[in-house]
Design a protein around this ligand. Structure first.
Ligand code: ADP
Length: 283
């Protein structure tokens, strides 16, 4: 389902973020991507999200060749993905229900489907009773569960979780990983969870891929991958991107960017296919 073949990434400032990464992840797998800060984990995720393209090598996800994917098709591709961030990225002035529903509104889902799916997603994360609350009325763990419901509500094939437990306490962290495991086991959703919390990961018997200095140094599914010599890290750039808290408007445009129903650009057959998909998808 996810294939990285010889993927390297050098940013314009000369930083080598990934070096010859070869990874195959099957549909329905749960994989932890581990590495310390600057290892290349976010770059790996940005490639999956098609925010960055490799400098060399290829990526195929669910049969889609990402390097050559046209810009107009990217929002459709991203509907396969449900994304969960360390800082939750909920819209503060909207209720829990509306935060989850918003992800469906932007792809043009019907109201009937929205109410059904949102109720389902909130029940899946155990937050039906908090539907009318605002994010600041919830604990960190609960906010992350809302973000997870939002990621799930459009039936993503792949959940990409970028340090989802980074801002919550250890007990809640387990809850989030347990929930991800549950979703993985019950819905056959592929889960890619990036983290630097090795102690947390060790509590689960799941595939672990370790990245160091842009290189995969171990993969428990392929124990033979243990690189003796770690390449020297080339000078690192300041990490001023990606971590700045987003303003409300930014969050809204972020969500829209990830699945906007581009009726103006999409051709009608695509629209029909989308409608058909949402129609036949029983909750
Ligand atoms: P991690 O997520 O493991 O902390 P990243 O993928 O964010 O690692 O970063 C890997 C390396 O690439 C780091 O040295 C980082 O400074 C650099 N880097 C990441 N994004 C950019 C960028 N847009 N421009 C330049 N360098 C970057």
């Amino acid at each position: 389902m996810i294939d990285f073949s010889g993927v390297s990434k050098t940013y314009p400032n000369g930083t080598h973020a990934l070096n010859n990464v070869n990874i195959h992840i099957d549909r329905g797998e749960f994989v932890f991507i581990i590495g310390s800060s600057g290892a290349g984990k976010s770059t790996f995720l940005k490639m999956i999200m098609r925010e960055e393209v490799p400098s060399s090598g290829g990526i195929v996800i669910d049969g889609i060749e990402l390097n050559s994917l046209k810009a107009s098709k990217i929002p459709y591709y991203r509907r396969k993905l449900g994304i969960v961030f360390q800082d939750f990225r909920l819209i503060p002035n909207r209720t829990v229900y509306d935060n989850v529903a918003f992800a469906m509104h932007v792809i043009g889902a019907k109201n009937k489907d929205i109410s059904r799916r949102v109720a389902y997603a909130l029940s899946l994360v155990g937050l039906s009773v908090k539907a009318k609350c605002y994010p600041n009325e919830l604990s960190g763990g609960e906010q992350q569960r809302v973000a997870l419901a939002r990621a799930l509500v459009n039936k993503a094939d792949i959940i990409v979780a970028d340090e989802p437990t980074g801002n919550i306490d250890p007990e809640m962290s387990r809850e989030i990983v347990d929930l991800l495991s549950h979703i993985n086991a019950n819905n056959n959703t592929t889960i890619i969870m990036v983290t630097h919390e090795v102690d947390l990961v060790k509590q689960y018997n799941k595939r672990m891929i370790t990245i160091k200095n842009g290189t995969v140094i171990s993969d428990t599914a392929h124990p033979e991958i243990i690189v003796e010599e770690i390449p020297e890290r080339v000078e690192t750039a300041p990490r001023a991107f990606y971590e700045a808290p987003l303003e409300d408007d930014d969050i809204e445009s972020f969500i829209q960017n990830y699945g906007k129903h581009s009726a103006d650009t999409a051709n009608s057959s695509e629209n029909n296919a989308e409608t058909a998909n949402s129609e036949d998808s029983a909750v």
